[in-house]
Design a protein around this ligand. Structure first.
Ligand SMILES: [Zn+2]
Ligand SMILES: [Zn+2]
Ligand SMILES: [Zn+2]
Length: 294
């Protein structure tokens, strides 16, 4: 695993295009596959010692102390998706970048269309189907009775969509993908996915570089012990560390987001009893319930 300085250097090289993203990925992920805690390099262990405070930042106790991360880097693919979404949102929503004919070809090639049945007289949607009557359908809008419903062609639907993106006619997910997933999509969704594929293909190098830099930033912050606190083992197991924040009163100790202040800022009698409860390793919510400050 790369040391902190090596990771910073690698990030710099990627940013300056001195190294390709795919080579950088190989270097970065090379020894991540063995499943060991490979970020615990010698340099990590040394820096950990300097970051570890001598008291728990939740209860002020000095039991067995560990560094707790309040946030974690996401998977690389999450960053790639995030940057791709950014590129798509930069395209103006009202403009149809995809030519209508290309869009229609894409639909015909990749989707089966099962149209919404309509009344042949007034084009109202979903006429009532009847079981015993001679004429199978009754339109609830114009009261016309008939045997055969009509429907809009895919071409007509696409026309409507290109005229008005939010028309009621195009809301139904009446297109089923021909692949093994058999996804049900409406035209808006198909348009989005086609736009996404195109955006990703034509900006792939930029997206990949931005995403990998972001990913490296977050991982570097992680091994720099950014967004961490020192907590004793009892507090670490008592608290959901994702829901912890600095006490607004003293801005010194941490507290669960559901509580008004940290333990230190409670009135003397409640503080003592809260600390005892932490000592016994009881759940914090139980403690607060008993103290009546829930
Ligand atoms: Zn503690
Ligand atoms: Zn009708
Ligand atoms: Zn406080």
């Amino acid at each position: 695993m790369l040391t902190l300085q090596e990771q910073r250097d690698l990030r710099e090289k990627v940013a300056l295009d001195e190294i390709s993203v795919s080579i950088a990925k190989d270097i970065y992920w090379k020894d991540l596959k063995d499943g060991t805690r490979s970020w615990q390099t010698q340099d990590w262990k040394q820096r950990r010692e300097t970051f570890l405070k001598d008291k728990c930042e939740i209860c002020n106790g000095s039991g067995i102390l560990t560094i707790q991360h309040l946030s974690h880097p996401r998977k690389y693919n999450d960053y790639e998706n995030e940057i791709t979404r950014k590129y798509i949102s930069e395209l103006t929503d009202s403009t149809f970048i995809i030519q209508k004919s290309i869009f229609l070809d894409h639909i015909i090639k990749n989707y089966d269309y099962s149209p919404v049945p309509l009344c042949p007289k007034c084009q109202s949607r979903k006429p009532n189907k009847r079981v015993k009557k001679e004429l199978k359908f009754l339109c609830t809008k114009c009261h016309f009775e008939f045997n055969e419903t009509t429907s809009l062609s895919a071409e007509k639907l696409v026309d409507i969509f290109y005229e008005k993106k939010d028309s009621i006619e195009i809301k139904n997910k009446c297109f089923v993908s021909k692949d093994k997933w058999k996804n049900q999509h409406n035209l808006k969704e198909i348009h989005y996915w086609l736009l996404r594929t195109g955006t990703k293909a034509s900006n792939f190098a930029k997206i990949e570089k931005e995403a990998f830099l972001l990913y490296l930033d977050e991982n570097i912050k992680y091994i720099e012990f950014d967004d961490t606190i020192t907590a004793c083992k009892k507090c670490a197991s008592n608290y959901d560390l994702k829901n912890i924040e600095l006490c607004p009163n003293c801005k010194l100790f941490y507290k669960g987001t559901q509580y008004p202040t940290c333990i230190q800022c409670l009135p003397e009698d409640k503080r003592k009893s809260a600390l005892e409860k932490v000592e016994f390793g009881k759940q914090m919510n139980e403690m607060h319930k008993n103290l009546g400050i829930d």
